[in-house]
Design a protein around this ligand. Sequence first.
Ligand code: B12
Ligand code: SF4
Length: 322
Amino acid sequence: MKNSEILSGQEVPATGDGMKKLVLVVIPTIENAYHNLQDFVGISPPMGLASIAATAEKAGYNVSIIDGDAEQLTLAQTVERVASLEPFAVGSNIMTATMDITRIFFEKLKQLAPGVTVIVGGPHVSAMPERTLADVREIDICVIGEGDDTIVEILRMLDRGEDPGAIAGIAYRKGGQPAVTERRAPIKDLTRLPIPAFHLLDPLLYRSYGWNNWVSGYLKPLGIIFTDRGCVGKCNFCAVHTVFGKGIRFFSVQQIKDQIDYLMNVWKIRILYFQDDTFTANRKLVSDICDYLIEKRYNERLEIMVSSRVDTIPSPYLEEDA
Ligand code: B12
Ligand code: SF4
């Protein structure tokens, strides 16, 4: 019996071996998105997939990540690579801009591997879970919001052959019709999460944006760290709140130090990007991170990038900051 048949309401015997393979995939979209500016685009490690890979591994699952963009695979090659690993479930992250290619990808994948369960998450899915199921009939489960805990609950459910209706924060096909389960609150305490599964990625594939190319060649490896989730901004056009809810939550200084150490010593990064939406929201945290980079003299070997919202940076020109 196929995994995907569980989701159409049929009875399935529990398998329960707990070590089946989950393959997470970055569907290649760079060529389609950036055309002749491809060389300018940085290639970032997929941190959403690396985060859920870490919790799935911690729960005992066997996980691989195939990054079609970083490995410069065509769509057809990516499909073949994923299918050749014989996964029982395949997961991917969808932005609105990547929805069309995602549909083609999963159509082709299910032709090669009809029994696989397809699980998707990300901003587009979180904003429009039912629409996503309606648009792509090959998708079995949509994860709404953060997927770190949800992925583990889904894998266990698939293992036991149970109905996913009891899992909060998903949309799935119940007897063929889209069904949305109860809302899942954002993870209150981020400090309980493991660090992202960097070990499943090849550091040499990740590089800085093209502007370094004009100056000193691409810098690589590029390491990415998120020090928080969410944003202090309340911009109503922004997709961030659909995934992370309102407000902002922080990782601990220790979790950030552990990631810096790993990326410096194992990945041997030359450029580090704090890819938060508002890196400067918590000045104490920023100051602790800077102290650590200096204490370890990492700053002497690194270029550092951050992204933030400009009004969280103190300005000597504004009275309130003086
Ligand atoms: C890094 C990034 C990129 C990188 C992606 C590189 C990579 N390999 O990941 C690059 C530079 C390529 C990029 C490009 C674009 N991006 Co961008 N990007 C981001 C950014 C800043 C961080 C993504 C990230 O890692 N977040 C941290 C992780 C932990 O969160 P996450 O990915 O959402 O994952 C969590 C959940 O969503 C869920 N989840 C996600 N995937 C999956 C999969 C499964 C199976 C499960 C179970 C759960 C799950 O669980 C994760 C952990 O909790 C986000 C902003 C943001 N704060 O997220 C914008 C964001 C995703 N980008 C956005 C946009 C608009 C774009 C562009 C369209 C911009 C443009 N006009 O060119 C392009 C599209 C490019 C394309 N390919 O077509 C929007 C998406 C909006 C939307 N409606 O989809 C965002 C949300 C920015 C915003 N504030 O609006 N982007
Ligand atoms: S400041 Fe940026 S990331 Fe934050 S809500 Fe506004 S647009 Fe989104």
